[in-house]
Design a protein around this ligand. Structure first.
Ligand SMILES: C[S@@+](CC[C@H](N)C(=O)[O-])C[C@H]1O[C@@H](n2cnc3c(N)ncnc32)[C@H](O)[C@@H]1O
Length: 255
């Protein structure tokens, strides 16, 4: 009798089975294409998603992801020449997935890169910002109301204002995603590091320069923004994220 690992898996060719198994075992940090435009929780491994798409579909087929999450499957589907459609119960997931799968024209990418170059001058602590009252009512200012966080709040408001001034829905969505991604760490209220269960040492990479947690790895409610240069650092981070994202968009080579 054949060993269990010799049994055919869904009658797939051996190479496809091996790719699926390797993808399922993949525990490398997610990277490539537009995957890191936003770090959605519980993301699929893009290697697994690609192996599944290649095993079960042909170029030109339509891939449906009805739990789209961060859009990993849709991005991989597009990159392998499939059509892709997705839906999610979460508006955030749908927003992020739609931005990650946008295919921009050269003219749009030029506009975004010019926008990125101007961002540092739009995000200045001495300039005014828009207060987004509707968003505040919906709870999007959570954790940003503390007096120590006004610089961060202002930088986010100015970044969003700059995104809105891009004045087309596609470009504005991209701009909003850049702000979201840059501020994600703060918006998620993550501490700068986690205690490793074994060694007790901090195992996360350091927080962005414009946001500092107390050295004690204290819980989110005690996070404070201490950098006086937070707004300008945020502006530089936003500009660099946009430039990187534009480069990714240019080079990603959708089929
Ligand atoms: C692990 S993520 C999916 C990852 C995604 N397939 C990818 O390729 O990156 C799970 C998603 O399922 C969504 N979800 C949970 N229940 C749902 C439902 N009833 N209808 C639609 N989406 C749902 C969650 O909001 C979450 O975004």
């Amino acid at each position: 009798m054949a060993e269990s690992h010799d049994l055919p898996l869904l009658r797939l060719p051996r190479a496809a089975q091996a790719a699926l198994v390797a993808g399922a075992r993949d525990n490398e940090p997610v990277r490539g294409l537009t995957h890191n435009f936003y770090k959605y929780p519980a993301r699929f491994s893009p290697i697994f998603a690609r192996a599944a798409i290649e095993a079960f579909t042909q170029p030109g087929d339509l891939v449906l992801d009805n739990h789209v999450g961060g859009g990993t499957t849709l991005v991989e589907a597009l990159a392998t020449g499939r059509h892709a459609i997705g839906v999610d119960i979460s508006a955030l997931a749908e927003f992020v997935a739609s931005v990650k799968t946008m295919v921009f024209t050269e003219a749009e990418l030029d506009r975004l890169q010019a926008w990125a170059r101007c961002l540092p001058s739009a995000i200045q602590v001495r300039k005014s910002s828009i207060y987004f009252a509707d968003e505040a009512e919906l709870g999007y200012y959570k954790h940003l109301g503390h007096p120590s966080r006004w610089r961060l709040r202002k930088a986010i408001e100015q970044g969003l204002g700059a995104a809105i001034r891009l004045a087309t829905p596609r470009l504005e969505s991209f701009g909003r995603c850049v702000v979201l991604r840059t501020a994600q760490w703060a918006l998620d209220s993550r501490s700068s590091c986690l205690r490793s269960p074994n060694s007790g040492t901090c195992c996360r990479r350091p927080a962005p320069r414009w946001w500092r947690a107390p050295a004690s790895c204290a819980p989110p409610s005690t996070l404070t923004v201490t950098s006086r240069r937070s707004a300008s650092s945020t502006a530089r981070a936003l500009a660099s994220k946009t430039t990187n994202a534009c480069c990714t968009a240019r080079c990603r080579g959708w089929s």
